[in-house]
Design a protein around this ligand. Structure first.
Ligand code: GLN
Length: 537
């Protein structure tokens, strides 16, 4: 079938969950047998979010092809099980860069280069790029920001033009907010009406309205909104707060969102989406009673979105193990030898988070020493793995002041060092070792057992690496380098086999954990944490 395009815009306020709605719709369409992809267009000028710190933008997600991307792409993958690529996340910066490059090459043949048509044409080209591959029946495009933002105007103009050009092959979904005024005990539809009006002023008539709400919106109120907004009454769907984001696809299906969208796209829906495996996951989630407590030691723990993929991977793993997970966020800057016992007391497993720079690093070493000497299941990811190596070097190998050259460029023991290929790099944007690389696991290692394989591929985002000059010393003292890049020998996985579960990965397994295909390493870590909890009883 010819590719259909679905646009998802947002109104009234940000953070309404356009990403979850887009993902839920994609999940349903996929369960109906369609080939679906989701892409996000972000209105900011950065070429990609790789240079943004987590305070600005939450977690930076990484695609298999090594693109530093918006964290919504993580939701897209978790809900659809379809890998995303560089093409799935485009910013204003990328659009302008490409137009300016063309201008410099002389591609515009002496014309004045303008927002319309040149920027909008470039946006349209990017919107259609995945559709043109022939690999997808539906391309869902989420437009970042809120209608009315200056920055998103060119994107909305491109959507307006595409609606004409695609003639029926296109559906517009607008997500708004219906606030509840506590003092008046009333839901208010006015912000939605205004938001749709703004969209209409830009020439876009939404086909479907999704109303985010904390309270049930009565049918007459939905009808009123439909009337005011030129939308058919059955195409006004509510999205009330859900106990879990993974319930949203089911809640949307109960209101026939998938059928409505198919009809608007000119397709008569047949049968029901096959949500068997998804529902199985939900029932495991609902029937879980026991809780497993995982400590997460990092320096961004006060930010809700900074460790999104790790949080979700833990949740997925716990659900498959029939448990609820309680993630105890522990600020690495606050961990000291005096309080570490009480901070980690009651945790069944500990994650040492990824990160950059010196801040909070000493707390990670303190936490790690405690975990190692008390045999608590411990999982170090990226910087967390590097910290495992440094702590072991200092406290087991006796290499005083061992460090990463990231933290101490003149350390006498650079057990973690800048990768050779990084030494000539000066630009910060998109220059780390990024994306999926193969890793060969040692047969018989805990990591290989967890994966059930000795050949895996996982995603990366780092500049520093284990310094292999120290490898023999580590292995003789009990920390094994059990995962290596088959081409370069770069150490990807370390573990201490004499402990319950003490594994560090240079890569980020959390980026590839999805609802239907959870990360084997997170699952194995979770099993070990549960076993440890049982043992403590
Ligand atoms: N800062 C470390 C490096 O660049 C680790 C990066 C990370 O944790 N993602 O190698």
């Amino acid at each position: 079938m010819e590719t259909k395009y679905i646009f998802v815009t947002g109104g009234v306020v940000s953070s309404l969950g356009k990403g979850i709605i887009s993902s839920s719709l994609a999940c349903l369409l996929k369960a109906r047998g369609y080939r679906v992809t989701i892409q996000k267009f972000d209105p900011y000028i950065n070429i990609d979010p790789g240079t943004l710190n987590p305070y600005e933008h939450g977690e930076c997600y990484v695609t298999v092809d090594g693109h530093e991307a918006d964290l919504d792409l993580g939701h897209y993958e978790r809900f659809t099980n379809v890998p995303t690529t560089r093409a799935n996340n485009v910013t204003t910066g990328r659009i302008y860069q490409s137009v300016i490059d063309k201008e410099r090459r002389g591609d515009y043949l002496g014309k004045t280069v303008q927002i319309i048509p040149h920027i909008t044409d470039e946006i349209k080209r990017n919107v259609m790029a995945l559709g043109k591959t022939g690999n997808f029946d539906f391309v869902i495009t989420e437009i970042g920001g809120v209608v009315g933002d200056i920055e998103s105007l060119p994107f909305l103009e491109a959507v307006r033009q595409l609606r004409w050009e695609l003639d029926g092959g296109c559906v517009c979904i607008h997500l708004t907010y219906v606030p509840y005024i506590q003092a008046a005990k009333e839901l208010k539809t006015k912000p939605t009406q205004h938001s749709v009006k703004q969209l209409q002023q830009l020439g876009i008539q939404p086909d479907v309205l999704i109303l985010r709400t904390e309270h049930d919106i009565p049918a007459p109120m939905r009808k009123k909104i439909a009337q005011f907004c030129n939308v058919s009454p059955d195409a006004v769907v509510q999205s009330a707060d859900a106990p879990s984001i993974y319930k949203v696809p089911v809640l949307m299906h109960m209101q026939h969102l998938d059928e409505i969208v198919l009809r608007k796209a000119g397709i008569e829906p047949e049968g029901e989406p096959d949500m068997g495996a998804w529902n199985d996951f939900l029932s495991r989630m609902d029937s879980a009673t026991d809780t497993v407590t995982i400590g997460l030691v990092g320096k961004y723990v006060e930010l809700q979105d900074a460790y999104k993929s790790i949080d979700e991977s833990l949740f997925q793993a716990a659900t498959y193990c029939g448990r609820k997970v309680d993630i105890r966020y522990i600020h690495s800057e606050k961990v000291t030898p005096e309080n570490v016992a009480s901070l980690l007391d009651g945790t069944d497993g500990v994650i040492i988070a990824p990160g950059f720079g010196q801040r909070g690093i000493e707390g990670k070493f303190v936490a790690l020493e405690w975990c190692r000497t008390h045999d608590i299941p411990t999982f170090g990811i990226c910087l967390g793995m590097q910290c495992m190596v440094i702590e072991f070097a200092r406290n087991v190998l006796g290499l005083k002041d061992a460090n990463s050259t990231e933290m101490d460029p003149v350390t006498p023991h650079n057990v973690i060092d800048l990768m050779e290929e990084q030494k000539s790099i000066h630009n910060m944007g998109g220059t780390m070792r990024l994306g999926a690389y193969a890793c060969a696991l040692r047969p018989g290692s805990r990591a290989a057992a967890a994966y059930g394989s000795t050949a895996v591929s996982e995603r990366h985002r780092h500049r520093f690496e284990f310094n292999s000059e120290y490898l023999t010393r580590f292995e003789q003292a009990g920390m094994q380098c059990v995962g290596k890049n088959p081409d370069t020998g770069l150490v990807e996985v370390v573990e201490i086999p004499s402990l319950r579960w003490f594994i560090g990965t240079q890569y980020h397994p959390e980026y590839s954990s999805t609802v239907l295909s959870p990360s084997p390493l997170f699952l194995d870590f979770m099993k070990s944490a549960i076993a440890y909890k049982e043992e403590k009883k």
